[in-house]
Design a protein around this ligand. Structure first.
Ligand code: NAD
Ligand code: ZN
Length: 358
């Protein structure tokens, strides 16, 4: 496997390979699963890949039933979760049965949470189909849904039995969604893996969209290593928040509409880079190197026209917290991140003003 995740909730392999979806049934047999399979997907991914996943399971002797939730973040909610529960209960799901989540991060989050909670938990596998889900959402054991008052407010830590990543599935993913996933992958290189950054700089991005199993596997290995050390985000897992303080603020002030998550994170990584450079932590040449790679992958460097004051305020999720108390993930150089508190408000303002300038 590309990586092994060893979390308190379970140890499991992450398999990355072209055509891996075709091996889904064999993988489930290897895991010792012997009940029925329930594939949870969405209305975009289902027509593309559910039959292939079902056939792979049936060829290994499983019976498989599929349910598609409506595609889109706006459906990652209690109502959709209830529909998944209804489907599973109508099919009289038993503890020995298992769930395969087949889709982007919305599906892996929501169906993973359904699996973690139905009958107090049944085994599940993730088969992520978006680059964001492959590089990020399917690894680490966070599952859940949104609440009208905020994203991901309801959920559970729940580890899958395996994650099966087939980069060939990315061929149908829209370009913008692909770039969205690259942002998290670049992040993994920036915080911990300079050689990965070097290979991303060298990768050919002319011609067909880049969907390299090798690059995905190496990014997965970084996230797997971090979450293995720290399932519940007390220490090193914080590093994964690189670019996310300003990124989340940009998403919040734009009502989660103008920018995809990865796009907001890309802008957030530039803001963090400016902060680190202003503090004398990050050499300006490394900041420029970061930005060159962000540009190369077609990700935005600025959110022109946003009110910098509103973005600054949105970084203070709890309004009583001063900016200086935020735990900033900052780079010392490409491939090495540190956590810093006490960044002066003026420095944060300067960075946010820079990335919101028209
Ligand atoms: P998504 O699941 O909405 O997928 C994006 C779009 O692409 C959807 O319309 C989907 O139907 C479509 N799609 C997916 N795969 C496709 C394919 N192969 N071909 C064609 N279309 C395809 O969103 P996402 O960007 O994958 O994930 C975002 C979600 O992930 C958010 O809800 C976020 O909170 C969550 N997330 C969770 C974690 C975690 O640790 N659990 C980490 C990061 C993000
Ligand atoms: Zn993210």
């Amino acid at each position: 496997p590309a990586a092994i995740v060893t979390a308190p909730g379970g140890t499991y392999p992450v398999l990355v390979g072209e055509g891996a979806l075709g091996a889904l049934g064999a993988i489930c047999r290897d895991l010792g699963l012997d009940g029925r399979a329930f594939i949870i997907t969405d209305t975009t991914v289902g027509p593309l890949f559910a039959a292939r996943a079902g056939a792979a399971l049936e060829s290994a002797g499983y019976t498989a039933a599929t349910f598609a939730i409506p595609a889109g973040e706006e459906h990652k909610n209690l109502q959709t979760l209830a529909a998944v529960y209804d489907f599973l209960i109508d099919h009289r799901i038993e503890r020995t049965d298992f769930i395969v989540t087949l889709g982007g991060g919305v599906v892996t989050d929501l169906a993973g949470f359904a699996a973690a909670t139905i009958l107090r938990g049944v085994p599940f596998l993730h088969a992520p189909t978006s680059l964001l889900a492959m590089a990020d959402a399917a690894i680490g054991g966070k599952t859940g849904i949104d609440h009208p008052r905020g994203k991901n407010l309801i959920g559970a830590f729940a580890q899958p039995r395996a994650v099966v990543i087939d980069p060939l599935l990315l061929r149908t993913l829209p370009d913008r969604q692909l770039r969205n996933g690259w942002a998290e992958l670049l992040k993994h290189g920036f915080i911990l893996d300079e050689p990965l950054v070097r290979d991303l700089e060298a990768a050919s991005i002319d011609g067909p969209p880049l969907t390299s199993a090798d690059l995905i596997a190496r990014s997965v290995a970084i996230k797997a290593a971090i979450v293995s050390e720290d399932e519940r985000e007390s220490g090193r897992r914080t590093l994964l928040n690189y670019g996310h303080t300003v990124g989340h603020a940009i998403e919040a002030v734009t009502g989660y509409r103008a920018y995809l998550h990865g796009e907001a994170v890309a802008i957030g990584m530039r803001a963090a880079g400016i902060i680190a450079a202003e503090l004398g932590l990050l050499p300006p040449a490394d900041l420029e190197r970061q930005q060159a790679l962000i540009r190369r992958f077609g990700l935005p460097e600025a959110a022109p026209g946003l009110d910098p004051r509103a973005v600054f305020d949105a970084t203070l999720v709890d309004k009583k917290v001063r900016a200086g108390a935020i735990r900033w993930v900052l780079l010392e150089r490409i491939g090495q991140a540190v956590v810093r508190q006490g960044v002066p408000d003026a420095v944060v303002h300067y960075a946010i003003e820079t990335v919101t300038r028209p």
